[in-house]
Every structure is written in structure tokens, then in C-alpha cells.
Design a protein. Structure first.
Ligand SMILES: Cc1cc2nc3c(=O)[nH]c(=O)nc-3n(C[C@H](O)[C@H](O)[C@H](O)COP(=O)(O)O)c2cc1C
Length: 140
């Protein structure tokens, strides 16, 4: 699909068909999205795939995007830790959402969640900070 068509087509979808999305497809999208720009090419974030319902919206898959602020400290100090780490993870997430559209899938960016609850539920490492959850699947 043309990039302009992908951009025009993307919209937040909050109702999904009960169809699984294979991990191989998700991993392909994640790998492509990781080519997004990143401060010092650090790419200090992690995308965790879960099919466990972790937010109010029902979706076959949730991608939990976590920033790793400490990964930026030695090179960029406080600015890297507090700003670049979040920007890198966010740009990555935006790429993911567009790639999902290109792959015939839909998603919504979820920012309203309890960080501590998500970390506990998914056993996320202490140094990682969940910054967004992308609920995704085939649009209803
Ligand atoms: C930082 C951020 C946080 C958001 N948090 C939520 C959320 O918690 N729940 C939700 O349903 N949508 C959330 N959204 C999606 C927005 O509501 C949505 O992008 C906006 O209404 C524009 O609609 P569109 O994406 O269809 O263009 C969030 C989007 C962003 C960028």
C-alpha cells in the first residue's frame, strides 16, 4: 500500500474480530518498526507481545511498549533518560501502528493504564517503563 494511503486509512479501532494474529507477523512488524529513528541509535525500548487481556478493550493481541530510560544515561544524561527514551519508544509505536494498517490490521494506542499493575501482571523487568499499550487485531 502507498504510504499516503496507509496514513489516511489509519484510525483508532477499539473492536476486533476474535481472530488471532500470529507471532511471526507481529515479530516482522516489530523488526521493521525498529528501523525508526532513535537517539544515538540506542533503540532503548522493548515491545512485549501478550494475548492476555490487560486493559478494558478486548483485543486478540496487546503490544506493551516499554522504554528503558537508563540505556540513555551514559551518552545523554538526564535529557536522554527523561526525553529521548520516551521519544524513541513513541516513534517506534507510531511506526508499528502504520505497519499494522499496511498488513491489513488495526489498532488503538492506549495510554490510560496503571504502570505498576501492568508491570506486575506481565512480570516486566524493573528498569523498563511501559509507555503505551497497542491493542491490535482485525477490525470488526
Ligand atoms: C498518547 C495517547 C494516548 C491515548 N490513550 C488512549 C486510551 O487510553 N484509550 C483509548 O481508547 N484511546 C487512546 N488514544 C487514542 C486516541 O483517542 C486517538 O488517537 C484519537 O482520538 C484520534 O483518533 P484516531 O486515532 O482515530 O485518529 C491515545 C492516543 C495517544 C496518542
Amino acid at each position: 500500500m502507498e504510504l499516503t494511503d496507509v496514513i489516511k486509512k489509519r484510525k483508532s479501532v477499539r473492536s476486533f474480530q476474535k481472530i488471532d494474529v500470529p507471532n511471526e507477523i507481529l515479530e516482522e512488524i516489530i523488526a521493521l518498526a525498529r528501523t525508526s529513528p532513535s537517539a544515538g541509535a540506542i533503540r532503548g525500548y522493548k515491545a512485549i507481545i501478550t494475548k492476555e487481556k490487560i486493559v478494558r478493550i478486548d483485543a486478540p493481541v496487546y503490544l506493551v511498549i516499554c522504554a528503558n530510560p537508563e540505556a540513555y544515561v551514559s551518552r545523554y544524561g538526564e535529557r536522554g533518560k527523561n526525553l529521548y527514551s520516551i521519544q524513541d519508544a513513541t516513534i517506534f509505536g507510531a511506526y508499528v501502528q502504520l505497519l499494522l494498517v499496511d498488513g491489513g490490521l488495526a489498532s488503538v494506542w492506549i495510554g490510560a493504564f496503571r504502570e505498576d499493575k501492568i508491570k506486575n501482571t506481565l512480570n516486566i523487568e524493573k528498569h523498563l517503563k511501559p509507555i503505551a499499550i497497542i491493542a491490535l487485531g482485525h477490525s470488526l
